[in-house]
Ligand binder design. Structure first.
Ligand SMILES: Cc1ncc(COP(=O)(O)O)c(C=O)c1O
Length: 364
């Protein structure tokens, strides 16, 4: 069998998503007992107690399929955000929604634009659809360059993805930039605003998530329960979009794409603003501690509004290995000259700073 010609030619250039290393994988490499996994932008916070209780109590009903319409969760989201139920889509993570949107909109000959480096799934969605992709450099301070993105739009462009705060740089799109972008973007272009990390942003300039959303213009606003809500393991993300977009995604998604545990856990996580605020503040504090340590060590970094910080180091791959030996798992981006260091709890921060001191301090 010639497997290369057997599969769709669109699959050829695609690199399968590389997950961050798991703790067990580095137990042998690490020379220390405690491992700090800061490679996948996960939350150090567990699911909310109410979510844990709801998820536990649904286990005995798992002989039944999940609710394919996500009825209760959509009702909850509709109340929380004031968006009509028929403008809400729920997916097996935002990841699935991004792939479904690409599948629904992109064709060979069409194009998608976004800034780079950013979330790899924007590129994967285009590749699977056989569409072309235009990757516009971030601003020098690691933020989506919305003006340059506007200039990159061509007649064939069907979709533009915006990410704020951006993964892996942590930089934001300001409300002023977003206003300028939305006022100028051609009306036949679907704007996909990925707000996976928005709950971590503390900068008052950060764009307001629903400020341009009216359920009519071609704008999709995506959120996830994977990050600040601590539900990455059950996979649940959601989006607000005009009804025709939701209907297109409904045609392509699996009938039971969001499992029962995810649905009840997500629903029980809503309406807990105080705890969200506490988590946001704690993340900001640890993020500042990390950034100050990088300042002290003379390492440049992008000012981050997310739960990770991109720090520039001379040899990212070597530093990645050296950090592993010290029990710190980060993500290396050799092409970009940096490491993406997740913001964890205080213990994680202390261990990370100690390891960076050993690698980059003056008495190293
Ligand atoms: C920018 C961005 N969007 C979307 C996702 C996907 O999140 P999930 O599929 O867990 O909802 C991630 C995950 O890391 C991300 O970084």
């Amino acid at each position: 069998m010639n497997w290369t010609s057997f599969f769709k030619s669109e699959l050829e250039p695609i690199q399968p998503y590389q997950p961050g290393l798991r703790e067990e994988q580095i137990r042998e490499i690490a020379q220390v007992p405690s491992i700090h996994k800061l490679s996948s932008n996960e939350s150090p916070f567990p699911p909310f107690p109410s979510a844990l209780e709801a998820m536990r109590s649904c286990l005995s009903e798992l002989n039944e399929y999940s609710d394919g319409s996500c009825y209760a969760l959509k009702q909850g989201l509709a109340v929380e955000y004031g968006v009509p139920v028929d403008q809400i889509m729920v997916g097996n993570g935002t990841n699935e929604l991004l792939m479904l949107l690409a599948e629904a909109c992109l064709t060979p000959g069409s194009r998608v634009a976004y800034c780079w480096p950013s979330f790899i799934v924007y590129r994967m969605g285009a590749q699977v659809a056989g569409a072309a992709y235009d990757e516009v450099p971030l601003t020098t301070d690691g933020r989506f360059d919305t003006d340059a993105l506007l200039r990159a739009i061509r007649p064939e462009t069907k979709m533009v993805a915006l990410c704020s705060p951006n993964n892996p740089s942590g930089g934001i799109i300001t409300q002023a930039e977003y206003e300028r972008f939305m006022a100028a973007v051609p009306e036949q272009v679907l704007v996909v605003l990925d707000l996976a990390y928005t709950e971590f942003a503390t900068d008052s300039e950060h764009l307001a998530p629903l400020s341009w959303y009216d359920g009519v213009r071609p704008l999709v606003v995506l959120h996830t329960f994977s990050k600040i809500y601590g539900l990455a393991g059950v996979r649940v993300g959601y989006g607000f979009a005009p009804k025709p977009v939701v209907e297109a995604v409904d045609k392509l998604r699996e009938p039971f794409n969001v499992n029962t545990v995810a649905q009840v856990g997500a629903l029980a996580s809503l309406g807990q603003d105080e705890e969200l605020e506490r988590r946001r503040a704690e993340n900001a504090l640890e993020r500042t501690r990390l950034s100050e340590a990088f300042d002290r060590l003379g390492l440049a970094y992008y000012a981050s509004q997310a739960n990770f910080v991109w720090v520039f180091v001379p040899e990212p791959e070597r530093s990645f290995e050296q950090l592993l030996e010290r029990g710190i798992i980060v993500r290396a981006f050799p092409g970009g000259g940096g490491l993406r260091v997740g913001v964890g709890n205080h213990e994680d921060t202390l261990a990370t700073i100690e390891a960076f001191d050993q690698l980059f301090g003056s008495d190293k």
